[in-house]
Design a protein. Structure first.
Length: 223
C-alpha cells in the first residue's frame, strides 16, 4: 500500500496532499475532544504497534506493496480522529526514516490509510454496533469486520488514484485485480489481529476502549 515516488503524477499527488492536509487538520481538532488523559497514552502505544506491523510488507505489483494497516484497530481503541493522526505520524516517519513509500506520494498514502481506511472502518463499526447485541463479544466481532473491510477499501482508494494520474503502463483492470485481490486476503489477517488485540484490551481495561465506552448509546463523532 506504500506508493513509491513517480508512480502517480505530480498534479494528482499534490491534490491528495491538500486533501490529506484538510483531513488531518480536522482530525487534530476532533482528537482534542476525543482523547482523555487516560486514553492519550493508549493512542501513542497504538501508533507504535501500527508502525511495527506496517513494516511487514508483501509485494503486490509494479513496486507497490501490501501490508497490515492497523486503521480499524486504532479507531476502535482511541476513536477515528486519533486513529487518523496515528496513521499519519506512522506514515511520515516511515517515509522520512525508512524510505517506505515515496515522499511525493505521502499525501496519497495518508489519504488511503489514514482517511479512507480509518473512516470506512468507523462507519462499518458503528453500523454493526447498532445491529449487534451490546456485549464485548459483539464489539470484538464488529472490530473484525471493520478491519476486514478497511483494507480493500484503502486498496480501492489507490486504484482510484491510479486511474486519475498513473504514470505506469499497467491497465487499471490489472491493478484493480492485483490490489483488491491481495488486500482481501490481507484484510482477513488484519481482522483476526484486530479482533484478538481488541479482545485482550477489553478484558484488561475496557474503560480505555473507545468502541466500548459508548456501548449503551450510538457511537458519535465528538468534535
Amino acid at each position: 500500500m506504500h506508493i513509491p515516488d513517480g508512480f502517480i503524477d505530480i498534479p494528482t499527488s499534490t491534490a491528495f496532499v491538500a486533501a490529506s492536509a484538510l483531513a488531518v487538520g480536522g482530525a487534530v481538532k476532533g482528537a482534542r475532544n476525543q482523547l482523555s488523559d487516560q486514553s492519550a497514552p493508549l493512542a501513542g502505544l497504538t501508533a507504535v504497534f501500527i508502525f511495527a506491523v506496517q513494516m511487514l510488507n508483501f509485494p503486490v505489483a509494479a513496486g507497490t506493496s501490501g501490508h497490515l494497516i492497523g486503521a480499524a484497530l486504532a479507531m476502535v481503541l482511541v476513536g477515528p480522529y486519533a486513529a487518523t493522526l496515528a496513521l499519519t505520524v506512522v506514515l511520515i516517519v516511515q517515509a522520512l526514516l525508512f524510505a517506505d513509500g515515496g515522499l511525493t506520494a505521502l499525501g496519497l498514502s495518508i489519504f488511503n490509510m489514514g482517511v479512507i481506511s480509518v473512516w470506512i472502518s468507523f462507519f462499518t463499526f458503528v453500523l454493526l454496533k447498532k445491529l449487534l447485541p451490546k456485549t464485548k463479544t459483539s464489539t470484538v466481532a464488529a472490530s473484525f469486520f471493520a478491519a476486514f473491510i478497511s483494507v480493500p477499501a484503502a486498496a480501492l482508494g489507490f486504484v482510484f488514484q491510479y486511474a486519475i494520474g498513473a504514470t505506469g503502463t499497467f491497465s487499471i483492470s490489472a491493478v484493480l485485480s492485483a490490489m483488491v485481490g491481495t488486500h482481501i486476503l490481507i484484510g482477513i489477517g488484519e481482522g483476526i489481529i484486530t479482533a484478538l488485540t481488541v479482545s485482550a484490551v477489553l478484558a484488561s481495561r475496557s474503560d480505555l476502549v473507545y468502541g466500548w465506552e459508548s456501548k449503551n448509546t450510538p457511537l458519535e463523532i465528538r468534535s
